[in-house]
Design a protein around this ligand. Structure first.
Ligand code: PEP
Length: 257
């Protein structure tokens, strides 16, 4: 069985002080959760203090982006070694906001994914179609390109520890989540793509998260889909209470039903 993974993407929110207060209150709400990976992704400036606040708990740390070189004359960038050094286990790569506002390309996503693995950081590769692409019937083709380009050149071990997030752009921050059937259809496609390149055994190990307006009240139906292994949560992860409710909803589906 794949361990469910729930990631809170804080985007451009929370000062260091707010971040520490948040994780302390989140931890008090989810301290008893053991069989789910709970991950928070603060801004770069919050990583170090959050890592210290999390030191003995069951919550892991992710960064929201990374550069592919490990050092050098690259003003403004943060390297995989630096993220590992502050205590990150995961890094989000290719989020649609980075693709949309900062010119992130599939080629650069792939460089970052390889650099992350080279430093024992697990990448969370974001994929997903725009509304226009969905309406034009291009969802499968768009996601296929993003997945194949993003994972190009990875070994079987590397892909098995890579997380792939399906986040339809039209669902991010809009309050309109994909239906469970829409999510399952794309997640199954992603797993099929991985199995065609590697094997069904390898594909069975890859965790595929859904993201896009996940809330406490829609988590259960999304996570109950056979190929949905977790959630990448934006807005609803910025309040400890609602993020904890999402975690609990996942626990209920996986470990009680
Ligand atoms: C995201 O930004 O990854 C996201 C899924 O945001 P939201 O939950 O707000 O739709």
């Amino acid at each position: 069985m794949r361990t469910p993974i729930i990631v809170g993407n804080w985007k451009l929110n929370k000062t260091s002080r707010e971040a520490v207060a948040f994780v302390k209150s989140l931890w008090s709400l989810v301290a008893d959760v053991t069989d789910i990976e709970i991950v928070v992704a603060p801004t770069f400036t919050g990583l170090s203090v959050v890592a210290q606040a999390l030191a003995s708990g069951n919550i892991r740390l992710a960064a929201q982006d990374v550069f592919w070189e490990n050092s050098g004359a690259f003003t403004g960038e943060v390297s995989p070694g630096m993220l590992k050094d502050v205590g990150c286990d995961y890094v989000i790569i290719g989020h649609s906001e980075r693709r949309q506002y900062f010119g992130e390309t599939d080629e650069n996503v792939n460089r970052k994914v390889k650099a992350a693995h080279a430093h024992s950081l697990k990448p969370i590769i974001c994929t997903g179609e725009s509304l226009e692409e969905r309406e034009a019937g291009k969802t499968g083709a768009v996601v296929k390109d993003q997945v194949l380009n993003g994972i190009a050149g990875l070994s079987a071990d590397q892909i098995a520890s890579t997380v792939i997030a399906y986040e339809p752009v039209w669902a991010i921050g809009t309050g309109h989540n994909a239906t469970p059937d829409q999510a399952q259809e794309v997640h199954a496609l992603i797993r099929l793509l991985v199995s065609e390149i590697y094997s069904t055994d390898v594909a069975a190990q890859v965790r595929i998260q859904y993201g896009g307006s996940v809330k406490p009240d829609n988590t259960a139906e999304l996570i109950a889909q056979p190929d949905v292994d977790g959630a990448l949560v934006g807005t609803a992860s910025w309040e400890a209470e609602s993020f904890a409710q999402i975690v609990k909803a996942v626990c209920n589906v996986f470990f009680i039903n």
